[in-house]
Design a protein around this ligand. Sequence first.
Ligand code: FAD
Ligand code: EPU
Length: 337
Amino acid sequence: MEIAQNHSLKTLNTFGIAARAAFFARVETVRQLRQVLTSNIARTRPILVLGGGSNVVFTGTFAGLVIHNLIGGIDIIKEDGQQVLVAAGGGMVWHSLVEFALDKNLGGIENLSLIPGSVGAAPIQNIGAYGAELKDVFAYLEAVDLASGRQRLFTREECAFGYRNSIFKNELKDRFMITKVVLRLAKKPQVNISYGAIGEVLTASGITTPTIREVSEAVIAIRQSKLPDPARIGNAGSFFKNPVLDKIDYEGLKLEFSGIPGFPDNGSVKVPAAWLIEQCGWKGKRLGNVGVHDKQPLVLVNYGGGTGTEIVNLAADIKASVATKFGIELEPEPRII
Ligand code: FAD
Ligand code: EPU
């Protein structure tokens, strides 16, 4: 297996940041991955697994080995009258798995249409959108231990999924490369159009009993109307998680800020960080090469030539002003490297 040196990551992160990796390898199979892991470089340097680069911020050269996961393949591995187990290689583009499911009329991931990135990264933060999360359809995953090269299976419980969270962001951070994800999809799909604008978009098109394809199209239309396309303007989607507050704290804030939105979340209240950031006057602001998107203030953008440090500094200023005004500590969603 070839390991390149001083490799550019500019086209491998959706912020379009001109970072480099001291060492870089592409792997298309588990066998190739194991070969890379036996190299001296892999044994002696930190390893970063990279998928689509849509949730990372590079602040400089990564001094270790970047392994670009390109493990492919999508297969139905088991089915009964109700359900299908679909296995996808970790290097597959997430939306190609959604397309596979839509083509076969298998329900469960249509609300997660068009989320950028790879299948292997989807469990890392338990991707979510429009009222659905990966964990709702997750069966198990296969991963390779980066230290020993051994393969291991993780069940749903073992992944410890939460809101934009899993064991792979905590205890097992940087310990495994996810090589395969297996989902349980429904042969008789039940659509979920209760979230946000999906229902309105469908009604406006005169659709009353939507198919999963129609739900997917509605989700895609909403996403394209709000979120900047990384091919045109660098970004990593939401830069901060939406804070989840105790009910009592939320009610306290409401006394002072009567317009503060809040959504019930397992007995707590999820507050849109976009609203907090907009209230602090950041929406549409530009500082040099970087800025805050004018349609979605939760999205930080690189207008071109911006550095990871500029992004991180802008995020720190936003975080400080939200903390001062509302007493809420925002937590970044992307991985800062
Ligand atoms: P990368 O950015 O390559 O990696 C992210 C992290 O995962 C890194 O820590 C990396 O080391 C680790 N990692 C990646 N692959 C593996 C692997 N195979 N094994 C182990 N570790 C791995 N996210 C949502 O949840 N919902 C959204 O609606 C959403 N919308 C977005 C919209 C836009 C325009 C953009 C740019 C991003 C959006 N995101 C969203 C964030 C992003 O798409 C997801 O986090 C996605 O899962 C990242 O995939 P990736 O392959 O690009 O991961
Ligand atoms: N809002 C404003 N001003 C704005 C835009 C939004 O105040 O300019 C407020 C409104 O109150 C609105 C609320 O924010 O109701 C929510 O906005 P939106 O529906 O756009 O969703 P979000 O909370 O900003 C979350 C996810 C997205 C996901 C969408 C749809 C997080 C951190 N972000 O965004 O995920 O696509 O919901 O489900 O949970 C990502 O993780 O990268 C991502 C894009």
